[in-house]
Design a binder for this molecule. Structure first.
Ligand code: PEP
Ligand code: MN
Length: 359
């Protein structure tokens, strides 16, 4: 349930509503918009009578939210959430392009691909430090050493960093280095982890569990939102089906469904969604045509030597081509790819209409 305050209602009236919410054993979630204050009533699932609030001073209306997720729902917030990450805005008109290797393998490998991405105008780089591998004998990531490498990339190249956090007790460490914390598919329902990332202030990208429903994904987001972190984005990364031609089945339906149900930005990961580099471009284009707010793409300078997910990683030249194709699809749906100024490929620059520095 949400309580919508009248325009111009003051602190005393808002305080009165908060007091009543607490008396009833619920938690208030206050959103102060440009025009009015909206207070979410958060708590258990038992039905709550709107009469508790309707007669309080300053209350305009009381809106029941029927979905089990509240703060994530469009009923709670009709306008899109836009998340600022340094020079990038995620969830607005722009299409966010995040790319990089599955894993940080070495300083040289990370800087090589980072420089290539930087040249393309990519503002946010991915790279796994803590890797959730199916087998305990597979490469597990360089851990904290990788975080130092990623921090140096950010410092030297001015590119923002997204990286996965796997455990609640590693959240503070990863948040210290990263600009965006990634929750992997295997941890989408790790509720202690979700609460912990909800208690810190860096933006969070939650990947859909490979066997999770869209509603379960939204409830995972609700765990983070309910702890006070409003900077949450969702990621469709493919689900398990009977189909064996691809590693996962990229659920394109999820994109428009999520866009209708939630105000949170929706990102597509066709690398894990297909498991095949040759399918990454067509599925990326489809995801953006379907209304996605951005892409998370695996790129490796030498995929044949990658320590994880080489078969689904684009080479930099293919990534550049994807950006060119993407700029045309983005234009067709009234959006543009959010790239830095100074992109080297003139065709890419023209297509997306970005300024090019002559040098
Ligand atoms: C990854 O991004 O490299 C990763 C492990 O993703 P997922 O959690 O979607 O498998
Ligand atoms: Mn990967």
């Amino acid at each position: 349930m949400i309580v919508v305050m009248r325009m111009g209602s003051g602190a005393a009236e808002v305080g009165g509503v908060i007091e009543r919410i607490c008396e009833l054993g619920y938690k208030p979630h206050v959103s102060s918009g440009a025009e009015r204050v909206i207070i979410g009533v958060i708590g258990n699932d038992r039905p709550l009578d709107p009469e508790h609030f309707i007669s309080l001073a300053g209350v305009e209306k009381v809106v029941p939210i029927l979905q089990p997720y509240k703060l994530a729902s469009r009923d709670f917030q009709p306008t899109d959430t836009v998340i600022r990450v340094n020079d990038a805005l995620i969830g607005g008109k722009g299409i966010t392009f995040m790319a990089g290797p599955c894993s940080v393998e070495s300083r040289e490998q990370t800087f090589e691909v980072a420089r290539q991405l930087k040249e393309m105008g990519v503002k946010i780089m991915r790279g796994g430090a803590f890797k959730p591998r199916t087998s305990p004998y597979s490469f597990q990531g360089l851990g904290e050493e990788a975080l130092h490498i990623l921090a140096d990339v950010r410092e030297e190249l001015g590119i923002s960093i997204i990286t996965e956090v796997m455990a609640p007790d590693e959240v503070a460490l990863v948040a210290h280095y990263a600009d965006i914390l990634q929750i992997g598919t295997r941890n989408m329902q790790n509720y202690r982890l979700l609460e912990e990332v909800g208690r810190q202030s860096k933006p969070v990208l939650i990947k859909r569990g490979m066997s999770s429903t869209i509603e379960e994904l939204l409830l995972a987001a609700e765990y983070v939102l309910s702890q006070g972190n409003t900077q949450v984005m969702l990621c469709e990364r493919g689900i398990r089906t009977f189909e064996k031609a691809t590693r996962s089945t990229f659920d394109i339906n999820a994109i428009p469904v999520l866009k209708s149900l939630t105000h949170l930005p929706v990102i597509a990961d066709p690398s894990h969604g297909t498991g095949r580099w040759d399918l990454v471009t067509p599925v990326s284009l489809g995801a953006i045509a379907a209304g996605g707010d951005g892409l998370l793409i695996e790129v490796h300078s030498h995929p044949e030597h990658a320590m994880s997910d080489g078969g689904q990683s684009l080479r930099p030249d293919k990534c550049r081509q994807l950006l060119e194709d993407l700029s045309r699809v983005a234009a067709a749906v009234g959006r543009r790819v959010d790239l830095a100024d100074g992109v080297s490929a003139p065709a890419l620059a023209n297509a997306v209409g970005v300024k090019v520095n002559a040098a």
